[in-house]
Ligand binder design. Structure first.
Ligand SMILES: Nc1ncnc2c1ncn2[C@@H]1O[C@H](COP(=O)(O)OP(=O)(O)OP(=O)(O)O)[C@@H](O)[C@H]1O
Length: 278
């Protein structure tokens, strides 16, 4: 049997934020997560449940207050992140300055570097000059520059914290398409979102709630529950007070009318297929 490679893991991990005003705010505790190579994990949960904190921990930006973060030692275990607000991550003024920070580019010749930058931009579908000032780009283009820089570093794991939150539907689709491509080539994806239609992309959903992991399993189980007596009001998603995607709501409405769906859909194509075979 094919052995899964563990890339990173949290063991009985907890995070407490200490501020001047407060004694300490425990975000979550006793969290154990194994992240395997090639997974696409969607992390969700109510506001303030600690999703972004997980991103910060995995990116090494936030220390654990307890427990352990274990990383795969044998591989070049590089992790890169893309944050919600594209500008928050910029370190340069131009597209080129942003890409200059990709590790290894300093050893390339001038021409090699130019070719490398163009390839990085093309990989995310961007055709903009390297000397373009970042603040003249649209929100979607800015986020794609961040993703281009993250992907060009060839990380084993890409952590995206609400990467589409500030984007219009077209730019959102472009970001998803680009990450899907990187995932196909073997990159492990941790995608934090409250936009639950994005969970359809995932192989696994992890949901935070009440300072713990409230769910860790398949997207279809998250939205539809398990067993023969499954009910819309008692799925892991509804128990967390989260609104399922439109496709899932439609499927529940059809089932409430007594229609038997041969497959529980997670996206529009699957819904169309389920409906067409009724
Ligand atoms: N640097 C910090 N210092 C103090 N408290 C913090 C800090 N960062 C986050 N928190 C608090 O920790 C809790 C979890 O925050 P976090 O941003 O991880 O949650 P989230 O699930 O990503 O929330 P949202 O969905 O609103 O983005 C919140 O109560 C937040 O106010």
């Amino acid at each position: 049997m094919h052995q899964k490679t563990l890339l990173a893991a949290l063991r009985q991990a907890s995070v407490v934020y200490r501020t001047d005003a407060e004694q300490g705010r425990q975000v979550w505790s006793d969290i154990t997560i194994d992240i395997f190579e090639g997974e696409w994990i969607v992390v969700t949960g109510p506001n303030g449940s600690g999703k972004s904190t997980l991103a910060s921990v995995l990116l090494g930006l936030c220390p654990l207050s307890g427990g352990q973060l274990v990383r795969e030692q044998r591989k070049r275990m590089l992790t890169r992140g893309v944050l919600q607000i594209p500008e928050a991550q910029f370190v340069g003024d131009t597209v080129e300055e942003e890409l200059q920070h990709v590790p290894g580019t300093q050893y390339l010749t001038h021409d090699e570097r130019a070719a490398f930058y163009q390839e990085a931009l093309q990989s995310v579908g961007l055709s903009i000059p390297l000397n373009r000032t970042l603040n003249t780009l649209s929100g979607g283009q800015k986020q794609l520059v961040n993703i281009a820089a993250a992907l060009a570093a060839k990380p084993a794991m890409l952590v995206l914290d609400e990467p589409t939150a500030m984007l219009d539907p077209a730019a959102r689709q472009e970001v998803i398409r680009t990450v899907r491509q990187a995932h196909k080539q073997g990159m492990t994806i941790v995608w934090i979102t409250h936009r639950l239609e994005e969970a359809a992309e995932a192989s696994r959903v992890i949901a935070f709630g009440g300072g713990r992991i409230a769910f860790d399993g398949a997207p279809v189980t998250f939205f539809y529950g398990e067993g023969d007596d499954r009910a819309e009001g008692s799925t892991p998603c509804s128990r967390l007070g989260l609104e399922p995607p439109f496709v899932v709501q439609t499927a529940w409405a059809l089932m409430a009318k007594g229609l038997q769906l041969h497959r529980l859909p997670l996206n529009a194509d699957e819904l169309a297929e389920a409906v067409s075979s009724l």
